[in-house]
Design a protein around this ligand. Structure first.
Ligand SMILES: [Zn+2]
Length: 309
C-alpha cells in the first residue's frame, strides 16, 4: 500500500486493486486527525496506521466509515479510541455479515463452483482475529466539521452503493473521499440502492468538480473518473431495461450484454451483479430488497470463464 499526498494535510492510502476487498482510505491530518475508512483486516489497517503516523504522529481523533462493507470498517479496532462516525444505514447493517462468517468461508475445503472466486478472494485476508468495533457517532444526514480551519463536509448520498453511503469532501482543496460510491477502472458492485440514487450521487460529486477523488477501489481519479462510472451504470441500466422489456431473464441478459469499453476494467464479469440488481428494480423491487446474489455469482462465474478464454 502507498501513502500519497493529495493536498495540504490530505493523504490517500491506496492499495492496488487486486479484486474484492482491496480498498482505499484517506487521512485528513488536521483537527486531531480524521481517517476515512479502515481496511478489511487488522493486519492491513495496522500497516496503514503506521503510514499515517509518519505524517500525523498522534492517534487520529476521528474515523469516518463510508459504509458497512467490511473492507471499509473491519479495521476499526486499530482506532478504537477514536470517535467513529457513520450513517444510520451503515450502523444498522454493521454486523449483517461478520468476520467469523468470512473466516468460515475462507476455510471451506471444497466450495461450490459459484463460490470459488469469493473463497479465494477471502483467503487473501486474515479474518479470524478481526473484532468488530461499531460506529459510536451515528448521523442521519450531513455533518460539517471544522478541522483547524479546514472544512470537511460529510455528506449522505445513499442509498447509492449501500444504504449508508457517506462521502467526505474538502471543498477548499477540491478533494472528495468517495468510498464505494466511486470505483475507478474496476467494475462496481452495489447492494442496497436504486439506480437513480447512485447516478444522482455520482452527478452530485461531478457537480463539485473535484480535482482529486479517492475512489473506494482503484487508483486516484478526478471528475472524469466519476463521469465514467456514472456512464457505466447508465449503460448497464439501458441494456438491462432493453433485455427486460424483450422478455429475457436476468441470466440471459448477463450472457448477452456486450461489456464494450468496460471489458478493460478489473473484474468485468461483475456486470452480472449490476444486471441482477437492475432486474430487481425493473421487476418492482424496493431499494432495500435483496437481489439474487447467488444467481449473480453463478452468472459472473460463467462470464469470467467465457471472457477469460
Ligand atoms: Zn469496498
Amino acid at each position: 500500500m502507498d501513502l500519497v499526498p493529495i493536498g495540504t494535510r490530505l493523504y490517500a492510502c491506496l492499495q492496488p486493486d487486486r479484486g474484492l476487498g482491496w480498498s482505499n482510505s484517506g487521512l485528513i491530518a488536521a483537527g486531531g486527525g480524521m481517517v476515512v475508512d479502515t481496511l478489511y483486516d487488522q493486519r492491513l489497517t495496522a500497516q496503514m496506521a503506521d503510514l499515517y503516523a509518519e505524517v500525523h504522529p498522534k492517534a487520529p481523533a476521528r474515523v469516518v466509515n463510508t459504509h458497512h462493507n467490511g473492507d471499509h470498517c473491519w479495521g476499526n479496532k486499530i482506532f478504537e479510541n477514536a470517535e467513529i462516525i457513520a450513517h444510520t444505514g451503515c450502523a444498522e447493517r454493521f454486523d449483517e455479515f461478520t468476520p467469523a462468517q468470512a473466516a468460515t468461508m475462507a476455510a471451506m475445503e471444497n466450495p461450490p463452483a459459484r463460490l470459488t472466486g469469493l473463497v479465494a478472494a477471502f483467503r487473501e485476508f486474515r479474518f479470524d482475529d478481526v473484532e468488530l468495533v461499531p460506529p459510536n457517532r451515528v448521523i442521519d444526514g450531513d455533518l460539517t466539521l471544522d478541522l483547524d480551519g479546514l472544512e470537511a463536509e460529510i455528506r449522505y448520498v445513499g442509498p447509492a452503493h449501500t444504504a449508508g453511503d457517506l462521502i467526505v469532501s474538502v471543498p477548499d482543496q477540491g478533494v472528495v473521499f468517495a468510498g464505494d460510491v466511486v470505483f475507478h477502472r474496476c467494475t462496481p458492485i452495489g447492494w442496497e440502492e436504486t439506480h437513480r440514487a447512485w447516478v444522482d450521487a455520482l452527478a452530485a460529486i461531478e457537480a463539485m468538480a473535484p480535482e482529486t477523488v479517492v475512489a473506494g477501489h482503484g487508483p486516484l481519479c478526478n471528475t472524469d473518473g466519476v463521469r465514467a462510472m456514472r456512464e457505466y451504470l447508465e449503460y448497464v441500466w439501458e441494456e438491462s431495461s432493453f433485455h427486460h422489456t424483450a422478455g429475457q431473464t436476468a441470466s440471459q441478459a448477463c450472457q448477452t450484454i456486450d461489456p464494450g469499453e468496460y471489458a478493460s476494467w478489473n473484474e468485468p464479469w461483475r456486470l452480472a451483479f449490476n444486471v441482477h440488481r437492475a432486474y430487481k428494480e425493473l421487476d418492482g423491487g424496493a431499494w432495500d430488497d435483496p437481489y439474487d446474489t447467488g444467481a449473480a455469482m453463478a452468472d459472473a462465474a460463467l462470464l469470467q470463464e467465457r471472457w477469460a478464454s
